[in-house]
Design a binder for this molecule. Structure first.
Ligand SMILES: Nc1ncnc2c1ncn2[C@@H]1O[C@H](COP(=O)(O)OP(=O)(O)OP(=O)(O)O)[C@@H](O)[C@H]1O
Ligand SMILES: [Mg+2]
Length: 374
């Protein structure tokens, strides 16, 4: 792709269409403004399907009859230009079944438009906490399918894309769902490309409150394990239907890990499942998912699994014992051994005991670093 630097308007060279080995059959295109205006009825308000930090998202139909989603940058600034460049740059170089497909873009004058495949089933947030939450279209098997798909998309970014990519904004609104409810990880505006041999970078903190790994929120230390942490939060959110952060009466904020941990300590995994599922879930899978989520959100980034491990555990149904540390002081043996279904190896132990406390970055601290709160 012909970017000279993130601050310049791109010099557009021949699209790399169909040159990527794992590409789907369609190419990405450089659209004309005229075509995108016509596809969206001049960005008519009735075509608007969402709004985010970058700008508005519109539904459209191309002259060839293809449904598309167009993200329209709301105001040009150096920061916004950087996000636009990053999104196009990153999405232009990756292609995976669980990453949202880039169809093309337009950059000219004051307009910055990014064209994606349209996802008819919206985003996970719409189903978990938004207008479609009451419909409960996400039954247990769909949820598990989405969890595995998102994990595979992130694992591809971390381990297969070259250079490796850290997403930095994994969250429910950035997982879109296609017509079959397949997960498509989206929004690469905050992504970081990691040069070969570099283990972590220190950057300004971007991302969304409730999903930020503590070492990243506090010190801007970013590595793949920050995405693993965010994925752990997302995983718990998907199985429980709870928001990553909730405000308790009195204004105190509690994160989803603080909420779930007492249930895990008591072995009462069923209490974690989304009540909207009305008990229709696979208990072994639920337990496995919660265990994985807790490992992913370990306060020590070194103790978190890789996304490849996570995919394997999600598919294979087991967290390995060796990585789990027993916080004896926090949990009695009885509590630890007790569980609500007994015919499994319950040797998972909550490693967060003390960690949970340190991990719970005070919300004031989080707000100071300027992350987004939705
Ligand atoms: N390709 C798409 N197909 C269908 N709907 C989409 C598509 N892309 C985005 N949307 C919708 O538009 C909404 C806004 O997306 P956007 O990424 O701009 O903001 P966000 O993810 O909600 O917040 P943030 O700016 O923090 O990422 C999404 O929640 C989703 O419902
Ligand atoms: Mg988004």
């Amino acid at each position: 792709m012909g970017w000279r630097c993130c601050w310049c308007i791109p010099k557009v060279e021949e699209p790399q269409a169909n040159t990527r080995s794992d590409t789907k059959s369609y190419p990405w295109e450089i659209y004309s403004l005229k075509e995108l205006l016509s596809a969206t009825n001049n960005f008519h308000k009735d075509n608007k399907i969402g709004e985010g930090g970058f700008g508005s998202v519109f539904w459209g139909r191309t002259s060839k009859g293809v449904e598309i989603a167009i993200k329209r940058l709301k105001a040009i600034s150096a920061k916004a230009e950087m996000e636009f460049a990053m999104e196009v740059e990153v999405l232009g170089r990756v292609r995976h079944n669980n990453l949202l497909g880039l169809r093309g873009f337009y950059a000219g004058g004051d307009e910055r438009l990014i064209v994606y495949d349209y996802m008819p089933n919206h985003s996970l947030i719409t189903h978990l906490h938004g207008p479609l939450a009451a419909d409960v279209q996400l039954d247990w098997s769909r949820r598990m399918h989405i969890v595995v798909g998102s994990a595979e998309g992130i694992a591809y970014l971390h381990h297969e894309a070259s250079p490796h990519i850290i997403h930095r904004d994994i969250k429910a609104s950035n997982v879109l769902l296609d017509s079959e409810f397949q997960a498509k990880v989206a929004d690469f505006g905050f992504a970081k490309l990691i040069p070969e041999g570099v283990s972590h970078l220190t950057t300004r903190v971007k991302g969304t409150l409730g999903y930020l790994a503590p070492e990243y929120a506090m010190w801007g230390k970013v590595s793949e394990s920050c995405d693993v942490y965010s994925f752990g939060i997302l995983l718990l959110e998907i199985v429980s239907g709870k928001k990553p952060l909730e405000k308790l009466p009195g204004g105190v904020k509690r994160d989803i890990i603080q909420w779930a941990t007492p249930f895990v300590e008591k072995g009462s995994f069923d209490s974690i499942a989304d009540p909207r599922l009305k008990g229709r879930f696979d208990r072994a899978q639920l337990k496995n998912a919660v265990r994985i989520a807790l490992q992913c959100t370990d306060s020590n980034p070194e103790s978190r699994p890789s996304m490849v491990d996570v995919v394997e555990w999600l598919k294979g149904g087991g967290v390995r014992r060796k990585e789990v540390v027993f916080a004896k002081d926090m949990i009695g043996e009885d509590d630890y051994n007790h569980d609500d279904d007994d015919n499994e190896d319950d040797s998972f132990t909550v490693s967060r005991g003390l960690g949970l406390l340190t991990n719970a970055t005070p919300s004031t601290k989080r707000t100071q670093i300027g992350a987004k709160m939705k």
